[in-house]
Write a protein that binds this ligand. Structure first.
Ligand SMILES: *Cc1c(COP(=O)(O)O)cnc(C)c1O
Length: 380
């Protein structure tokens, strides 16, 4: 009989969450505002080295608000990493705008600076430059932000950093999510820290965050009665959930250590097998290693990611395919797509050979051994 289920990345509570939840109950701050929300915002902002942040109901809501704040209109284009979760691009559609998908580069699996540059040059020629670029930092690994920011600054196009998966990671000594005009984090149940569901919007632009706070609370004008001169949203985070977030955030650095330990054990045990390549860590970056991901050489190992996932599932272990590139999704059929180089779609190749291994920060060594033993058996 298979052992206890091993999940991909389950929530990992510290025990202190209840203290903050109780405080909220005792003070009757059971609302989408309150002291836990205020403090969670300040604590997260300070953790990533910024002054302020806005706690919202999801990472997706934070991306949506960034696009609203940038004034994206239905006739606008927004460039977006293709290799990512669908939530990165859906808000472009909410705005009625048009996504243009950009391929990955092989080193970080994130947006390819050369594909981005090619797309921008062509857009410039056609007088159709995008109003924003959404850059994703996949699985904790930062994209090549220096190159990307240089390119985008040259064209004067704001960057939204989808750091839903890279909270706590750093790039050239700065926290992931703080490079663009806006950064967003997610506290969904499977992320490195969770509020069960929630998100955060960050920026250096304090006025924009003030505006975000208003938009996320139905955009009420500052008068003593209910006056509305713009469309708002109900996107604020609950004071109860922010309490969970505060306790989780206090343990984030420890979670990163644990995730990195998980990654290193996989790598130590398996990287001598020819044909398995773990997502490298870009120089001068520290990845939170949210998920351990690897590329499987199907010819060498004579096995497909799907077969590995199935073999693990038989032993009650959850593994997954990597994100399916958005330009290959039925909902995004027909939108423009720029490959890394002529005729070479890196993201499609990665999808074909990529696998996410269980990477819970609470996974025990013996649980991880169960996974490793099956992989050794299947990959020889
Ligand atoms: C999880 C995730 C999101 C969405 O966050 P939610 O809080 O679930 O809305 C967006 N982008 C990426 C890359 C994600 O992994």
């Amino acid at each position: 009989m298979a052992g206890k289920r091993i999940y991909l990345s389950p929530p990992h509570m510290t025990g202190n969450e209840k203290k903050y939840i109780n405080e909220a109950f005792e003070s009757n701050w059971v609302a989408p505002l309150g002291p836990n929300v205020d403090r969670f915002e300040k604590e997260l902002a300070s953790y990533v080295g910024l002054e302020d942040a806005v706690a919202v109901s999801s990472g997706t809501a934070a991306i949506h608000l960034s696009l609203v704040l940038l004034g994206i209109k239905p006739e606008d284009k927004v460039f977006c990493s293709t290799l990512t979760f669908v939530a990165t691009a859906n808000p472009i559609i909410y705005m009625g705008a048009t996504p243009v998908f950009i391929d990955s580069e092989p080193e970080t699996w994130n947006i390819s600076p050369q594909a981005l540059l090619r797309a921008l040059r062509e857009a410039e020629k056609n007088n159709a430059l995008p109003k924003a670029v959404i850059v994703v930092n996949l699985y904790g690994q930062s994209a090549k932000m220096k190159e990307i920011m240089e390119i985008c600054e040259n064209y004067n196009i704001p960057v939204i950093e989808d750091s839903a998966e890279s909270l706590g990671s750093s790039y050239l000594g700065k926290k992931s999510g703080t490079f663009g005009k806006f950064g967003i984090y997610s506290f969904n149940g499977n992320k490195i820290i969770t509020t069960s569901g929630g998100g955060m919007l960050v920026s250096k632009d304090i006025d924009a965050l003030k505006e975000a706070r208003n938009l996320a609370a139905q955009a009420r004008d500052p008068v003593p009665y209910y006056l509305h001169s713009k469309i708002g949203y109900n996107y604020r985070m609950s004071n109860i959930l922010a309490g969970i977030g505060r306790a989780q955030l206090a343990n984030l650095d420890q979670r990163i250590e644990e995730k990195r330990d998980v990654f290193n054990r996989y790598k130590d045990e398996l990287s001598n097998i020819e044909g398995i390549d773990f997502l490298p860590e870009l120089q001068n970056t520290i990845s939170n290693r949210w998920l351990t991901v690897a590329a499987i050489n199907k010819e060498k190992l004579k096995i497909q990611p799907a077969q590995i996932i199935e073999a693990l599932e038989e032993e009650n272990i959850e593994a997954r395919h990597i994100w399916k590139p958005l330009h290959t999704q039925p909902i995004f059929k027909g939108y423009e797509y720029y490959t890394h180089s002529e005729g070479c779609s890196v993201s499609e190749k990665l999808f074909d050979c990529g696998i996410c291994l269980p990477s819970g920060s609470c996974m025990t060594v013996s649980e991880q051994d169960r996974v490793i033993d099956i992989l050794k058996l299947k990959l020889k």
